[in-house]
Design a protein around this ligand. Structure first.
Ligand code: PLP
Length: 440
């Protein structure tokens, strides 16, 4: 196979060597280390619009968008201004401020949640929502789906997706998916298959009375993109009859697929929702919310404890407000994102087919995964059959050509409002040559 050599990365290489001496694996989140695709991770100096610029001066079309938050593109003027203005008033108070009320008002208005609580990450949001569900129902068990990822809280690192699908131990491990998670803890997490309505119905029929909540990605991004079938959505809804709570993890899909998230697009009615990423406009924010009778169980109103030194941070609230206000002001953004990503999907499929490379493209709105296999891919076990070696080669070939794709087969890419015709043409041009190196 003829592949192209990587361009000069001396500055990134040097930083990575320094980083490895002082940080495990040289990174602060595993997928960033490029372990699944090889090569040195690029260290980023700055970002603007649709581009990341690394410390060696390479400008790359960015399809990660900080793993989702940057829906408006990097360094967006309105967001930058909002953060600068907030900064003049100090950085953290440890006491309530108006920004928290305004963002909560906007989130409840847009999503239909009756009450929300802000935290500092998606992980905190899902962890807190599950504690709340357990406190509300008085039950201990939860259900999650194989290949869904809900952050790194102990009870959720059970057959999880995202970086856990490509870590050194490979696919399909049984619970727990990480060392350090007590088996006793993992045993409270029941695992079912996504898009297997019969399996879910059986589980709920047998154990529904013990289950506090089902947590799920309403469109999966963390096994690559998987779309829930109508039958599966119906089984989720029917499960509520056993008194459990449905928790939609909209950390990735919230405000990305629509102002009402994936649930809004697909007509799913959860009891609780979790958010992260876009809700913080690129600053560390998460949130959970939903039915008022459930949310009123959260302290100080109710008995379920949850707190945070930096929760509701004024800079983070300002950034989140700026992004959500922009999306609300210009809802046409979603149509434009859809158009770009659908052209990207078509272009990738035709470039792959031209080169004789099997590729199954799954896409919803501005989320997309090209699985290196013939497909179709609707379930986790099908996603896991992808040719990860071919993907890794393709990833490196794209990077050489200035396109920064997600460095794992089992991730979604994210398009931003700053991606335009120029970026689409360059991406597809790069893709044609990258697929050609595989096909040849
Ligand atoms: N839930 C989903 C669906 C996610 O995709 C992620 C992160 O990618 C999380 C939760 C965890 O969010 P965070 O990384 O902010 O803790």
């Amino acid at each position: 196979m003829q592949t192209t050599s990587l361009p000069e990365t001396a500055a990134s290489d040097a930083l990575f060597e320094r980083a490895k001496k002082v940080t495990p694996g040289g990174v602060n989140s595993p997928v960033r280390a490029f372990k699944a695709v090889g090569g040195t991770p690029r260290f980023i100096e700055r970002a603007h619009g649709a581009y990341l610029i690394d410390v060696d001066g390479h400008a790359m079309i960015d399809y990660i968008g900080s793993w989702g938050p940057m829906i408006l593109g990097h360094n967006h003027e309105a967001v930058r201004e909002a953060i600068s203005n907030a900064l003049t008033n100090g950085t953290s108070y440890g006491a309530p401020s108006e920004g928290e009320v305004r963002l909560a008002e906007l989130v409840t208005k847009l999503t239909g949640a009756e009450k929300v609580r802000f935290v500092n990450s998606g992980t905190e949001a899902t962890m807190s929502a599950l504690r709340l569900a357990r406190g509300f129902t008085g039950r201990d068990f939860i259900v999650k789906f194989r290949g869904n990822y809900h952050g790194h809280a102990d009870g959720l690192l059970v057959e999880a997706g995202s970086g856990l699908m490509t870590n050194a131990d490979g696919l399909g491990r049984s619970a727990p998916s990480s060392a350090g998670v007590p088996h006793a803890y993992a045993s409270l997490t029941l695992v079912a298959d996504y898009n297997d309505p019969e399996g879910l119905r059986r589980l709920v029929a047998e154990r529904g009375h013990e289950i506090a909540a089902i947590i799920f990605e309403p469109v999966v991004g963390n096994a690559g993109v998987l779309i829930p079938t109508p039958e599966f959505r119906a089984a989720l809804h029917d499960a509520k009859r056993s008194g459990l709570l449905l928790i939609a993890d909209e950390v990735m899909t919230g405000f990305r697929l629509s102002l009402k998230g994936a649930c809004g697009v697909l007509g799913i009615e959860p009891d609780l929702m979790c958010w992260g990423k876009i809700i913080g406009g690129g600053l560390p924010v998460g949130a959970y919310g939903g039915r008022a009778d459930v949310m009123d169980f959260v302290s100080p109103q109710g008995p379920v404890y949850q707190a945070g030194t930096l929760s509701g941070n004024p800079l983070a609230m300002a950034a989140g407000l700026a992004v959500l206000s922009e999306l609300e002001r210009d809802p046409g953004i979603y149509g434009r994102l859809d158009e770009y990503t659908s052209k990207l999907a078509e272009g990738l499929a035709s470039a792959a087919s031209e080169a004789g490379v099997p590729l199954a493209v799954n896409r919803v709105g501005s989320m997309l995964t090209g699985f290196f296999q013939a497909g179709p891919v609707t379930r986790y076990d099908e996603a896991a059959r992808s040719d990860t070696a071919a993907f890794a080669t393709w990833f490196r070939e794209m990077l050489v050509r200035g396109v920064y794709w997600a460095p794992s087969q089992f991730e979604s890419i994210f398009v931003s409002a700053a991606h335009g015709e120029r970026e689409l043409d360059s991406t597809l041009h790069a893709a044609v040559s990258a697929f050609a190196t595989l096909g040849g």
